[in-house]
Design a protein around this ligand. Sequence first.
Ligand code: MTE
Ligand code: MOS
Length: 772
Amino acid sequence: MAVRHESAHLHVSGRALYADDIPLPPNTLHAAFGLSTIAHGRIRALDLGPVLEFPGVATVAAAADVPGENNYGSAVHDDPIFAPDLVQYVGAPLFAVAANSYITARKAARWARVDYEALPAILDIRSALAADATVLPTQRITRGNPVEALARAPHRLQGTVHVGGQDHFYLEGQIAIAVPQEDGGMLVHSSTQHPSEVQQIVAHALAKHSNQVTVQCRRMGGGFGGKETQPALIAAAAAVLAHKTGRPVKLRLDRDTDMMMTGKRHDFLADYTVGFADDGRILALTVMLASRCGYSADLSGPVNDRAMMHIDNAYFLEHVDIVSYRCKTHTVSNTAFRGFGGPQGMVVIEQIIDSIARQLRLDPLEVRRRNFYGTQDRNVTHYGQTVEHNLIPTIVERLAQSSAYVERRKQVAEWNAVHRHIKRGLALTPVKFGISFTATLFNQAGALVHVYTDGTVLLNHGGTEMGQGLFTKVAQVVATEFGLPLSAIRVSATDTSKVPNTSATAASAGADLNGKAAQAAAQTIRGRLTQFACETYQVPEAAVSFRDGRVLIGERQYSFAEWVQKAYQSRISLSSTGYYRTPKISYDKTTLRGRPFFYYAYGAAVSEVAVDTLTGETQFLRVDILHDVGQSLNPAIDLGQIEGGFLQGVGWLTSEELWWNAKGELRTHAPSTYKIPTARDWPPYARVQLLEGQPNGEETIYRSKAVGEPPLMLAISVLLAIRDAIASCGPPGTQAELVAPATPEAVLRALAGVRSENGVHAAPESRVEADV
Ligand code: MTE
Ligand code: MOS
């Protein structure tokens, strides 16, 4: 049902409480970090005396002040809370200071005297590859015989795909408030997608047990993957200061600090060789994927695994070899970001297909079609999962029709034939995205449902709300199970003391997992209420139903509240936990084979752009999207996710540029230099539709599908539309070497390449060879 977001009235009136709005106890201290100013080096001496002497300062904490483990690394323990002796990026936390005000803490932090011994820094992927610097072991997936198939292929292309990183730019920055409790307890309010991990890391940092630490999060002002692992650092630092002083400590990062200190989307480069047939079918593909992981592992393992797994996107790759290097650089440690490596993998294959089509002078859509996974054969991915319920052909055909792709392809060509400076481009790209955490164990969830004697319901589950509408969807599930109006359900803050051992709200699986867990809890209570009715009136179960706020028992009717009252008086429990784990999945992460995903979500987009070939600026003219959400839990929220995810992807691929200088300083650390899309970047013509009549083929909650991440990748159509416009400046067969993000500078460089080489050219660090 298309109901509004449960907090919409609070969002629009400014009354929604974010961590920063929580009223503070009167003795609260405010904290700030002191950061490394060099990319790589040893700390010879750290003198915090002047910081401590700064008027208004209560205390400082550095590595030696952490009572327990000075680390917040999630996968590998390689992320110090405070750098002990080695610093590995500009922005690495050295210490934190707590003072009587936020401004005082920030000012005081600047008074530290640090003596560094600088070491050579590796600042980009190519240098890391040359130095063999990685944070994790190299992975490889091979299927068939790619070397032989390449040798036999009638056509071959080699090239490099560059795709940039992305800052999360959540509107609410990282923040935590640590409040000491009686007898060694610690309460932490954290803006986090992963309260259980924050709880664990705070406990470890303070040398406490998990049952002494409680983490709460009512909502985030956006997370986008940036609040999976990163919040633990902020929370742990606040908790260390709170522990040391016995006073509440609030630690909020300002935007610049947040952008310099916290991990981002991995930028990637991919060197590939592809062999293909006359009709554009891919016969063999070898790819070297390399990503900038930054100084530590963080989530780089699973992010890069997903890039390897999603490099097929919607296409069958029979003979394939993918090698993935997880490069170590002396920059911030990169982390989860909507799509989790999947988008980077897909950009690679979509550019390859685009290049094949240009080489063969075919329409790229035609080449895409010829490479789609089949339904009976050619339907097993390179990691061994069979693609079932494949909706790609259906979606693409419907969208090509409804967007008038063929006619518009002609119109674009006509426009370009008569316009010298403004060139148009068009592209249709599909998305197939695997749903589930690739780490199988995370695919579990818990919920806690209370029914009160007035017939109202309080719902708690392990998922977190970051604007995506999870709380609304799960509340809808509980309302449906009890036959109650949504207004009877209240959702409480995520709280590690209510539902324990939860997974991050991530991998788009929030509603799948928590919806099912909450359903299980509600069904347990409903079962008890039903049983009670059967016993009271000697009716079979089938005679009892819950509808429109009423309980119907044979001919009798009670309001839900009345029946609950009666149950309470007969000493029936009105509270239950619920638990769910995803069935069918199993995956061997050492061989990268198995069935990592419960199912796939699909979609496709057609984008049209106009490129000003004199300035390099792009105007986004039109988008048509058709996206698969199964049987939607909430079409209004799903459309919002599709539009928002798509535009966030457009920002990633066109305007958001992370730029580090030669000293490893991120120079784009504020909206003045880092350009996220605004409402004005939404195209004047946009048609976004949900695919109707296709419930999930797997038994998910009400046959819905996850929607959080997949739409971001629809934005690849915009990048390829720009590429299409650029290529139109050369003769047929022209390859445009466009890097992402396609900023005006990148567009001008690609145009210069097209012009200088008249179609076949070499931009720095890249090569496209025709039929090598
Ligand atoms: N939508 C909003 N408004 N804010 C967010 O932070 N995060 C995205 C997506 N949509 C995000 C969002 C990411 S990265 C994921 S994994 C999913 O939401 C997580 O929520 P879900 O599992 O409930 O879809
Ligand atoms: Mo989303 S990147 O899985 O938090």
